[in-house]
Write a new protein. Sequence first.
Length: 441
Amino acid sequence: MTLKVLKFGGSSLADAEHYQKVANIIKSEEARRYIVASAPGKRYSGDEKVTDLLYKSFKLASENAGVGDVFEKIENRYNKIIEDLGITFNLEEKIEEIAANVSSQKTADYLLSRGEYLNAMILAKYLDFEFIDAREGIFFFQDGTLDVEKTNLRLREILANHRRAVIPGFYGALPDGTIKTFSRGGSDITGAIVARAVNADIYENWTDVSGLMVADPRYVDNPKPIDKITYKELRELSYMGATVLHEDALFPVKKTRIPVNIKNTNEPAAKGTMIVSEIAEDNAEHIITGIAGKVGFSSINIEKDMMNSEIGFGMKVLEVLRKYGISFEHIPTGIDTMSVVVNTSSIIECKEAVIADLNDAVRPDHIEIEDGIAMIAIVGRSMIKSKSIAARIFRALAAPGINIKLIDQGSSRLNIIIGIDENDYILALKSIYGELIEKEQ
Ligand code: ASP
């Protein structure tokens, strides 16, 4: 029988109205048995997420500024949900428990995690599901990394005894029992961990959009949704800024090839985006799966005659970057030229020193750092077997007169990455989308 794990994000559990939608979704299928809950998110623009309020209260308390009305606001959020749902839940007792425990915990994590803890308990009560505390089944090593094996075994053992359960997202326990959270948005990871532990047929990640779009809707009008995407393609797009899942959320499900379906709580009938390990029968409508990009890159351009015969040249360049803790993004090279693309923010404070060290290390004929670069990745698993994509991308950029500064293609040939002037960024996105997607419709 099919088994589904569902994770609901903060916007899906922001108020009683959304709780009702969530309950309808869960009750509509017998297979929907394990639920991971986030803390209540924003109800309207300008509203505050409970996790942000908890963080605020921690900051105020640690500055000895008193928590003001922040804690009251949090209590009010939950009280309203409880009242509107018409359930019996002793919130006061739970708030007292939290207040009593706060001082024995070493970091902010305990307090931050209470948003999911309370929300999952209330949801379990509303659904009449079992509540399983994440601290009983999700474990971190003392250094803060996830203890994958222990987590998987323990969680599997616990959930085998419960046919239906709600588990709070975002946190687990350190070896000494204190609470540790994932980074922000980490309930996505909890969902994937639970899906792996119970060997789910599918991990449904419910949010407030109907999946991923081919391009960023802030820049391209009404982009098409992506029906299916591979884990690898998604990784390429997320790296370039397309956000839909926490970036570590795919690792647990990737191991067991569990598909992830991004779904919309406000539009449950929409198919959403299916993220899979591979797509055997590929009848994708377009060769391109998605387009994503980012501004804020700098290119360190180095020229030296006979560079190609100087063994270890690249290593010396990268050694200098390592010394300054700068990670490189791309390294397009020519015979006697080498460019290293980095995030401007990582080099801005130490530009002069990096140039001086590179001059010492490789004695270039010319070296300069060019800022203001935008990178755009055009990603598609079908690109590897199609012929004219590069030509069409260049045509799309040539038409409005956009100058290409860099070109890179990953060895997987899953993507073509181009670097352009930041000022041309939006025009370039629109133009590439027009050429590769709209023209094919
Ligand atoms: N509530 C946490 C956050 O706002 C975790 C999550 O929602 O995934 O980051």
